[in-house]
Design a protein around this ligand. Structure first.
Ligand code: ZN
Length: 297
């Protein structure tokens, strides 16, 4: 088996070679730090694919690359991006095929696999902690709310769109659905809810006792606990990791208590939360680990 590479696409593209569940060498990024962070938003799908392939080829694995895994935001099926709310232009695009032919035209026969970005992060957490034999779930808190799991398993797994309230006025989710977790905890949704305050100010004001903000922060925790409780009731207990740019707004102790109130059946007890500071490496490692497993299977 040759070397594997992992790619994570978020607001930017990060790529690295992965050996023994670790990054080998350095992670390369496009657009580079300091360049416009919005470059991907206006980029056509085939240009995004070409940029990803170019970045991977600069890693130096070249012809010896065995598998390349890509973590991409959205619903992915068989290498096709079926839905990607923040990169609409890529909806319906066969990313796996585009990347494999880009590598082939550079003389590299490489197998590519594409995963949801949060699934890649879950695999990276499992791999770096040596818990690849267990069920690992992750919430990523950013503009939207991502849900990932390892082991990878086919399905939509859009846990961020779990319905956590029956209130018909809860309609801030980017997907348009009512009552969704992301409609409460997503950054974009918070901006729509508090037209007079930025999300950062909401959490700051809550610390100072502002009633409206305190109520909202409580609601955020109850919503995340509710979606987690649903996952536990469907798939059983286990560790839930929290990561992403807005993870510092969550109090793990409060979340543990709330879940404890929501999950009472004794075989389903024993879940716990852990915060992992946001970083690209986990998604890069996880995408490569998932791809290498899939290609060798
Ligand atoms: Zn939604």
């Amino acid at each position: 088996m040759g070397r594997n590479a992992g790619v994570l696409v978020v607001e930017h593209v990060a790529a690295g070679l992965v050996e023994n569940n670790q990054i080998a060498g350095s992670v390369k990024v496009f657009p580079e730090i300091g360049d416009s962070r919005d470059a991907l938003l206006s980029m056509p799908a085939d240009t995004i694919a070409a940029k990803i392939a170019e970045l991977v080829l600069t890693l130096g694995g070249g012809a010896s690359l065995y598998a390349v895994g890509v973590g991409f935001p959205g619903i992915i099926r068989e290498g096709v991006i079926e839905e990607s709310p923040n990169l609409q232009q890529i909806k319906g695009f066969h990313l796996r095929e585009a990347l494999e032919s880009a590598f082939a035209s550079n003389g590299a026969r490489v197998s590519v696999r594409v995963y949801n970005d949060a699934d890649a992060t879950a695999a990276g957490i499992a791999a770096t902690r040596g818990v690849l034999h267990k069920l690992n779930r992750v919430w990523t808190l950013g503009s939207g709310v991502g849900f990932g799991r390892y082991p990878w398993s086919p399905g939509a797994w859009e846990g961020g769109h779990s319905v956590v309230t029956l209130d018909p006025k809860e309609n801030f989710c980017g997907c348009g659905g009512r009552g969704h977790l992301e409609g409460i905890l997503g950054y974009r949704a918070m901006r729509l809810r508090f037209l007079d305050l930025e999300p950062e100010e909401v959490f700051e004001n809550a610390k100072n006792g502002d009633t409206r903000c305190v109520d909202f922060v409580t609601r955020c925790h109850r919503a995340l606990a509710a979606a987690t409780a649903t996952s536990i009731h469907m798939e059983g207990p286990g560790p839930f990791y929290l990561t992403g740019p807005n993870v510092n707004w969550i109090d793990v102790g409060t979340l543990d208590r709330l879940v404890h109130d929501m999950v009472k059946m004794s075989p389903l007890q024993g879940s716990r939360f852990e915060v992992i500071p946001t970083n690209d490496d986990l998604g890069v490692i996880g995408a490569a680990v998932n791809a290498a497993n899939a290609v060798s299977a």
